[in-house]
Design a protein around this ligand. Structure first.
Ligand code: PLP
Ligand code: COI
Length: 363
């Protein structure tokens, strides 16, 4: 059988949440706290391949205490969003790019690759089933979290022979509390996120586990997010705990760290590079050191900086702190070019501007 065109079996289910209660939840969803009624599930085993695709009521999953993921962390995930259209319809943004990155993450973690078409149909089926959960409004969307883990009951250290792939969905507003106009970063000079040859370019849970102590350090210094430096020299800016980073200069050019294998190849990053090039902005994918960052902020050569990602969209960086330093970028608030790029991206995602690159799919 062609595993790329599995039919999803539906388990009938009435939402336990009344319409009025759902409306109240959707009015102020926050991030990652509330969930829809269903989940998509597909199983994999070495002998059967991908099989048993289902849309089920969202519910706990039972795992044996010897389940491989609980011991050796063979797990990957994705993050993408569905948006509500003014006419009540739904759209997805670049889901095919998430499908490709999911397959690349799987390869790095010695996991089976989910065929791109199966990834896409799992997303489409879940969004269509739970479309009443897509919030309305400018900053709101339905955050989709596809993930896969080693589900085999076995304690030997080798790639598992059984996996579970699931998609859950969570109505979401702004990632940062109160939709902050700009965020403050903490530079982690003690902890690094990913080393050359490691898993930095894969979206695996382990990368986030490794980042949490540094993120906690950032919060301890009243900063919003941690920014990591490269592991080899501890000099060059890599990315934030959960976002890529861009710099905007006084000559109107923009710069972002190159994809050297230690940072996540963000889809928002790639989309913004494309939109900037379309607009005639000079774009560099080049290393940028913490020393340059400090000097350029002080001289005024650096005008703006921003974080970008699916959850964060485009968020201005106002201030940067670390051991023995603390500097402000521009006037500490949102910059003009940052706002222009954010607007361009968001209006394509929300279907209010033309989509020259075919990034938006209507469901
Ligand atoms: N970097 C990290 C570590 C992330 O977790 C994310 C979020 O997904 C990104 C970058 C941005 O990636 P994307 O724009 O594809 O969401
Ligand atoms: C995303 O943007 O999808 C992420 O995975 C980042 C995380 C901070 C939620």
């Amino acid at each position: 059988a062609d595993a790329t065109i599995l039919d999803f079996e539906y388990e009938a289910h009435t939402s336990p949440v009344a319409g009025a209660d759902r409306a109240a939840l959707l009015a102020n969803p926050g991030f990652g706290k509330i969930f829809t009624d269903h989940m998509a599930v597909i199983r994999y085993s070495a002998d059967k391949g991908w099989h048993d695709a289902r849309i089920e009521p969202r519910r706990p999953i039972q795992l044996d205490p010897a389940c491989a993921v609980l011991h050796y962390a063979q797990e990957i995930f994705e993050g993408l969003k569905a948006y509500r259209m003014p006419d009540g319809g739904a759209t997805l943004f670049r889901a095919d790019a998430n499908a490709r990155r999911f397959a690349e993450s799987a390869r790095r973690m010695a996991m089976p690759e989910l065929p791109e078409q199966l990834f896409l149909s799992s997303i489409r089926e879940l969004v269509s089933t739970d479309r009443d959960w897509i919030p309305e409004g400018d900053g709101a969307s339905l955050y989709l979290r596809p993930f896969m883990f080693a589900s085999e009951t076995f304690l030997g250290v080798r790639p598992a022979q059984e996996y579970l792939y699931l998609v859950i969905a969570s109505p979401a507003g702004a990632y940062f509390k109160g939709g902050a106009p700009s965020v403050t970063l903490w530079v982690s000079e003690h902890y690094t996120r990913a080393a050359p040859g490691g898993t930095g370019a894969a979206k695996c849970g382990g990368n986030y586990a490794a980042s949490l102590v540094a993120q906690a350090e950032a919060i301890g210094h009243e900063c919003d997010q941690v920014v990591f430096l490269d592991a080899a020299e501890n000099r060059y800016v890599e990315e934030l705990g959960g976002m890529n980073v861009f710099f905007v200069f006084d000559d109107g050019s923009i710069q972002t760290p190159p994809l050297t294998g230690t940072i996540l190849p963000g889809i928002t990053r790639e989309s913004l590079l494309t939109l900037a090039r379309d607009t005639g902005i000079t774009v560099r994918e080049e290393r940028y050191s913490l020393d340059e960052w400090k000097a350029d902020a002080a001289s005024g050569r650096l005008r703006e900086a921003f974080a970008c990602g699916t959850a964060a969209v485009v968020t201005p960086i106002g201030r940067v702190q670390g051991r023995g330093f603390d500097f402000t970028i521009g006037n500490g608030g949102p910059g003009l070019l940052t706002e222009q790029l954010r607007q361009q991206l968001v209006s394509i995602q929300r279907g209010t501007a033309p989509d020259p690159h075919g990034w938006v799919e209507r469901l």
